[in-house]
Design a protein around this ligand. Structure first.
Ligand code: NAD
Length: 398
């Protein structure tokens, strides 16, 4: 299939997943619309390409990149985000002139080629956040997840290679560990017991990166695969945060929406696990710590431009669902009603990271505690009860 056709196929898959495999994609492949780069100029500062940079983790990382003096170009198709996040990043940093945004799909090879070709020199590195991440949805429309996450990454790698970019930081997930036993080290088994297409798409991308790294072209590359545990919280200003479209898939956005009155109660799946209070235990990490982890990975690649590293980003501590509910109640000074439901198939009792490798290799450890995670999340949720609201333009008024 031609890469330009992938996005159109993905859209077809969303609308009609059941019949998409038989769609005649070539008939739908009109000439691609190339990104308009006519008014864009890039400065001399080191320049980072960020896919998925309008999203939750991406926007917080873009903020830190700008604060650290990098120029940033965001590529995002807005399938799960609102560029208002970038307007607010520009406001918070005062560096909107260093931040460019293009509404572009990572599977759009000609679009990426056009954009990268317009830059005076290749970005020093790509941070690749773009991906679909709803675990439940991925079991219903797995082809969309493989097409978007895996297909989009392959096209991106091809275009980066052609454009002379040789370094990438990839957003992977603790999900790749499947049913591995905590504390989970980077050497714990991966790819076994993964129960959904989302997790397997991350595992497949890791395998692709590792295969590519061994190839003649790939041997010139520096790659850091970051396996995130459970990102929560928001920027301390409360101006940017997680804005899930529809029903949240992760615990804390759901808890905060219950706290703010958008949802009547939280469902807690299982209270008979072998954990202190019977509910599932996970490793929650503040999104600002996570974003700092990307800067640490970037600095590693600046020092060691070649080679592949895989690193956990977690705190090394676990909190139960009821711990998280109690912490949010304390931050919001409100009730968070919940109901105990049956366990969900595939859920594990306890998952938390071993963090030694992140400390040794990246010189990075998570610093922010549970109270800060919930206070910051509540500041974002209570001042933006409907998230970013209507879809905005970046820059505003454009
Ligand atoms: N949030 C988590 O709990 C978590 C945990 C582990 C890993 N991750 C991974 O981290 C990355 C960022 O997660 P997030 O929580 O910020 O999610 P997010 O949905 O907020 O951000 C992802 C961004 O990618 C964009 N996107 C998706 N597909 C795209 C495509 N084909 N082309 C261009 N843009 C595209 C979306 O519009 C969105 O802005 C994802 O790859 C996710 O799988 C997230």
């Amino acid at each position: 299939m031609r890469p330009t056709c992938v996005r159109l196929l993905l859209l077809a898959l969303t609308a009609a997943a059941a019949v998409a495999e038989t769609a005649d994609t070539d008939q739908t492949c009109a000439s691609p619309v190339l990104p308009d780069v006519s008014d864009t100029t890039w400065g001399d500062e080191p320049h980072v390409l960020v896919t998925g940079g309008a999203g939750y983790i991406g926007s917080h990382t873009v903020l830190l990149l700008l604060e650290a003096g990098y120029q940033v170009t965001v590529v995002d198709n807005l399938v799960n985000s609102n560029p208002e996040s970038l307007n607010r990043v520009a406001e918070l940093t005062g560096k909107g002139d260093h931040l460019k945004f293009f509404n572009l799909d990572t599977a759009d090879g000609p679009g990426l080629a056009h954009l990268l070709g317009a830059m005076p020199s290749p970005p020093i590195l790509c941070i690749h956040f773009a991906g679909l991440k709803a675990v439940g949805e991925s079991t219903q429309i797995p082809l969309l997840y493989y097409g978007n996450n895996v297909g989009g990454t392959v096209v991106l790698l091809e275009e980066l290679q052609k454009a002379g970019v040789r370094r990438i930081i990839f957003s992977s997930s603790a999900t790749v560990y499947g049913n591995a036993v905590a504390p989970i080290t980077e050497d714990s088994p991966v790819g076994q017991g993964i129960t959904n297409a989302y997790g397997r798409s991350k595992y497949v991308i890791e395998e692709i990166l590792n295969d590519f790294a061994k190839s003649p072209n790939g041997q010139e590359w520096g790659m850091v695969i970051l396996r995130y545990f459970n990102p929560v919280g928001a920027h301390p200003s409360g101006r940017i945060g997680e804005d899930p479209s529809g029903k949240p898939n992760n615990l804390m956005p759901f808890v905060s929406q219950v706290a703010v009155g958008r949802r009547p109660h939280l469902s807690v799946y299982g209270d008979d696990y072998d954990t202190p209070d019977g509910t599932g235990v996970r490793d929650y990490i503040h999104v600002m710590d996570l974003a700092e982890g990307h800067l640490a990975a970037l600095r590693l690649l600046e020092k060691q431009p070649v080679g592949t590293h895989t690193v956990n980003l977690g705190t090394g501590s676990g909190y139960s669902v009821l711990d998280m509910v109690a912490a949010m109640k304390s931050s919001c000074e409100c009730e968070v009603p919940y109901k105990i439901e049956a366990r969900r198939p595939g859920d594990l009792a306890t998952v938390y990271a071993a963090t030694d490798k992140a400390k040794e290799l990246l010189g990075w450890t998570a610093k922010l505690d549970l109270k800060t995670m919930c206070d910051d999340l509540w500041r974002w949720q209570s001042t933006n009860p409907q998230g970013y609201g209507e879809l905005a333009a970046y820059p505003r008024g454009a």
